[in-house]
Design a protein. Structure first.
Length: 298
């Protein structure tokens, strides 16, 4: 038995409803994943910015697929007004989403640069502080006049992050110059270990972060185009992606300067023309009205 048009239309409507439900499910999954990764917000922390943008971009295929399924559902069921309104609303919402993915590009670059600066600044500060404390210990060792004086000076300068292994019972049995050389050697080793823990960003780590950032940037541009293809501004008949070249041309600084200059010229011309028209109307009001008939003879 051949399938009737009524059954065919009913099956299409059911498939459209299923696709719309799947789309909403994908939106919910993406929202939960992103919120779990960005909360609580730490807007001034570059590491939080890098992590948030990475999660947002990596999970972006989920809402993009949901938006495409919603468009397909609306296409399959054009008579479903509720579905059509939902598609139009989410298509308009996709416009700022597309722009947000474009905004990730400069934000990602700025976050990477700030993370490098912060890491190097912290490393430089820690190394400078370590060198300062090591110099104080070194000076105390060199100025000690006896094993007891050396022990007293070192115990007063001990710190958890810069500790020298002391064995006070051996101090009296070792000549003071030899003891000083041993302690200075231990101090140099401890200083080097502390500075190694707070070293600036090494080339391998910098290369890995740069590659990861480039991947995020390229993916952000691609997802911006994908959402723009499914986006549509209110009152427009074409996708937002089709409007990109025109909008970018409108934002061209040279074009903005040319339009501003033209507007100023047209405004001045309109002002002069309106002033001339007002002057003509004033003089016309002073003249007597013309009589359509002949003047009476004197």
């Amino acid at each position: 038995m051949s399938e009737t048009p009524q059954n065919r239309g009913l099956e299409t409507a059911i498939v459209a409803d299923r696709l719309a439900l799947v789309a909403l499910t994908l939106f919910a999954v993406y929202g939960a994943a992103v919120l779990a990764s960005i909360l609580p917000p730490r807007l001034l922390d570059p590491l939080w910015q890098l992590s948030s943008t990475r999660i947002t971009v990596e999970a972006a295929p989920i809402p993009l697929l949901g938006l495409a399924l919603l468009h397909l559902a609306a296409y399959l069921s054009p008579a479903n007004l509720r579905l059509q309104r939902r598609r139009e609303a989410l298509a308009r919402l996709a416009v700022p989403v597309s722009l947000a993915f474009l905004l990730i590009v400069p934000l990602q670059g700025q976050a990477v640069w700030r993370s490098y600066q912060l890491a190097n600044a912290v490393a430089g500060q820690q190394q400078a502080s370590t060198s300062e404390r090591a110099d104080r210990v070194r000076l105390a060792i060199e100025q000690a006049t006896s094993p007891a004086d050396l022990q007293r000076r070192l115990l007063a300068l001990q710190r958890p992050d810069l500790r020298i292994q002391l064995d006070p019972s051996r101090f009296p049995t070792i000549p003071l110059p030899v003891l000083k050389r041993q302690l200075l050697s231990q101090l140099d080793q401890a200083e080097g270990e502390v500075k190694a823990r707070f070293a600036p960003v090494d080339p391998a780590t910098a290369d890995r972060i740069t590659r990861e950032s480039l991947r995020v940037i390229v993916s952000s541009i691609a997802f911006a185009a994908g959402f723009a293809a499914c986006a549509q501004r209110k009152g427009q008949q074409v996708p937002f992606l089709v409007e990109w070249p025109f909008l970018l041309a409108q934002l061209n600084p040279l074009e903005l300067w040319r339009r501003a200059r033209t507007a100023r010229g047209n405004g001045g011309l309109a002002l002069r023309r309106s002033a001339a028209e007002r002057e003509a109307e004033f003089f016309e009001s002073l003249a007597p009205p013309e009589d359509g008939g002949q003047h009476p003879a004197a």
